[in-house]
Write a protein that binds this ligand. Structure first.
Ligand code: LU0
Ligand code: CA
Ligand code: CA
Ligand code: ZN
Length: 438
């Protein structure tokens, strides 16, 4: 079907991730006093209570060196020139030092934002209910399952004739797999607000919502999100909140728990105390299973209806695509045409927001991630967006609340571009006749 030609896009120079510099002054909240209960750094930079914090690990310049570090089970938060930033508690930091790594504790970024700067999960559900009530022909919501603690995980549908399952390409957005990445849940709220308020007003968006069905899962990990802020002080929490048999350590890294090449390649950990613990089996976490069941449920007449997907994360300002489990550009289920299509759409989206586009494994190897499963198992063109900022100095996982509007709307054009190509992603490499002929 002919779609409205895309408007002129903002030309943006895409620089290498680690050389991206944003001349952005942190907002006033960035220098506000930390909550009184914040852990106070001791002389060696560790927190008095041994809580998790960020460290710079030096002497790491290649993806192989970064993968070797990730193999120890730490989560890599940020890639710099010759070093990376990781989150570790006191015990893990000591373990890394014992392994010979050089760690420098970074100043706590917990004061860059306050938990109140971000919506709670209750507020997210209220916003969804309000949108459904206000736009009943355009928005619906359904419970797709429960988290470990029994909280409803919801999927919001936005399309014309929303009550009907029309024969339209479907686009999925998933948010908040990682608890502390609150800006990604704000991204879901932004999309919900923009798609509802601009439907009928913005011709391009209206065309897409008339010809596609959009699904938004605003928080894949509500237990983790709530735990991260409930005390009034950010907990730097990443995983879900499921206890682990035989261990006092809580949580599975949902983005290592997906059932494609699960645990294959040293890109996740089998240790429950690790930040990248993959769980005892693929889809062991109820949150992973709920979303995977939902996606499998979108197979109609033998055909997966969802064609494109973004899984939202923070931070580093990256657009990533499969595979993560191998450095190879092509692999089983990923042909050269597929790889070229991923790169072309990923690069085009990155040109609209100034993020850096690359194959996921260019960072370091990961296995059991959502993107690999979406593509490898379901044939969905699936991307990970790592949102603002580029560094812990700009707030890391907790940027100040006054950047939320700017940093969510920054992704509007990229999202519209994905909607545009949802009917035939191969069109972006000129291969629609080969792959999308009716
Ligand atoms: O899951 C992760 O480790 C992601 C990166 C992968 C999608 C390659 N980074 S994050 O945890 O810092 N969001
Ligand atoms: Ca529709
Ligand atoms: Ca449909
Ligand atoms: Zn993440």
């Amino acid at each position: 079907m002919p779609l409205i030609p895309r408007g002129r896009r903002r030309a943006t120079t895409v620089a290498a991730a680690c050389s991206l510099t944003l001349a952005l002054a942190l907002g006033s909240q960035a220098i506000a006093a930390p909550p009184s209960s914040s852990p106070s750094p001791t002389a060696d930079g560790a927190t008095a209570d041994g809580a998790a914090r960020q460290y710079e690990v030096g002497g790491l310049a290649t993806r192989a060196e970064r993968t070797e570090l990730a193999r120890t089970g730490v989560a890599v938060d940020e890639v710099r020139h010759g070093s990376v930033v990781v989150t570790a508690d006191a015990a893990e930091a000591e373990r890394l030092r014992d392994l010979g790594y050089e760690l420098d504790a970074l100043p706590s970024t917990r004061q860059a934002a306050a938990p109140e700067d971000y919506a709670t999960y209750e507020e997210v559900l209220a916003a969804v209910d309000e949108a459904v009530a206000q736009y009943p022909d355009l928005v619906s919501s359904q419970v797709i399952g429960q988290s470990y603690e029994g909280t409803d995980i919801v999927a919001v549908k936005i399309s014309d004739n929303v009550a009907d399952d029309e024969d339209e390409p479907e686009v999925l957005f998933t948010h908040g797999q990682h608890a502390r990445e609150h800006l990604t849940v704000e991204m879901a709220l932004y999309l919900l607000a923009d798609f509802t308020s601009q439907y009928g007003a913005d011709a391009e968006l209206t065309e897409y919502l008339d010809t596609r069905e959009v699904w938004i899962i605003p928080s894949v990990n509500p237990d983790g999100k709530t735990y991260d802020t409930a005390s009034g002080e950010f907990q730097m929490w990443r995983k879900n909140r499921e206890p682990n048999a035989g261990s006092s350590a809580i949580g599975t890294d949902l983005n290592r728990n997906w059932a494609y090449e699960w645990g294959c390649c040293g890109g996740s950990s089998d240790s429950p105390s690790s930040e990248t613990y993959r769980g005892p089996s693929a889809e062991s976490a109820p949150e992973t299973q709920a979303v995977a069941d939902f996606v499998r449920g979108r197979v109609v007449g033998g055909e997966q209806q969802i064609t494109t997907h973004i899984d939202w994360h923070t931070y580093s300002e990256l657009v990533l695509w499969p595979y993560g489990y191998t450095y190879d550009d092509t692999a089983p289920g990923l042909t050269q045409d597929d790889a070229d299509t991923f790169a072309a759409l990923g690069t085009a989206m990155a040109e609209t927001n100034g993020y850096t586009p690359q194959q996921s494994s260019d960072l370091y190897l990961t296995d059991g991630t959502i993107d690999d499963w979406m593509w490898g198992d379901q044939g969905i063109f699936s991307y990970t967006f790592e949102m603002y900022p580029t560094s812990e100095a700009e707030g890391g996982f907790y940027p100040p609340g006054d950047v939320i509007d700017r940093e969510t709307s920054r992704n509007r054009e990229a999202v519209l571009l994905m909607l545009e190509y949802a009917d035939c992603v191969y069109r972006i490499i000129g291969a629609e006749a080969e792959y999308c002929a009716a």
